[in-house]
Design a protein around this ligand. Structure first.
Ligand code: PNS
Length: 159
């Protein structure tokens, strides 16, 4: 069985993430969507809220597993016998950064490949941080996040 993993902060999930999930799950038997517990920036959403948004947006997908992980992604990949890590690439900055990360991950987990999926052009500008900033000022984020996520952002910033 070919296992892929799509790791991220998902704070919150965007349509860009969903597109990568759809495409990555089509090239493996099982795709693990792994939300990191230890992220550098303080998240807006708790891990439970981030998982809820992923679950809600992926209900129709049958070959996925949604989990959290702590510590090194490479260790988690070895533990779960992951064949490949899927990363979405939006621009040159992503390439530079993800290139270095993939080399380090290969050193740490030589059995796990990293594959890069190029974002669709209409998603190439979307980032969770931009979505949060726009939502915090009451801007319309309908075209960049799932409806459920939009609702959660509105609730978060109105409370
Ligand atoms: O959505 P993000 O914030 O770009 O996701 C980054 C993430 C969580 C995939 C990355 O920071 C990660 O893999 N963290 C786990 C710790 C780790 O393995 N770091 C070493 C990378 S060289």
């Amino acid at each position: 069985m070919r296992i892929g993993i799509y790791p991220g902060s998902f704070d919150p999930l965007t349509l860009g993430h969903l597109d990568i999930i759809e495409r990555a799950r089509n090239i493996c038997d099982k795709l693990i969507i792994a939300a990191a517990l230890n992220i550098s920036k303080k998240p807006l959403f708790s891990i439970e809220e981030r998982l809820e948004m992923i679950r809600h947006s992926c209900t129709s997908m049958n070959n996925i597993e949604i989990v959290t992980f702590n510590g090194l992604l490479a260790d988690f990949c070895k533990e779960r016998n992951v064949n490949f890590i899927a990363k979405g690439i939006r621009n040159r900055m992503d390439i530079d950064y993800e290139y270095a990360v993939s080399i380090m991950n290969r050193k740490l987990a030589p059995e796990t490949e990293t594959i890069f999926l190029l974002s669709r052009s209409e998603h190439s500008f979307i980032s969770s941080s931009m979505v949060k900033e726009v939502a915090s000022y009451g801007g319309d984020i309908t075209s960049v996040v799932p409806q459920f996520v939009k609702q959660k952002l509105i609730e978060k910033f109105s409370s």
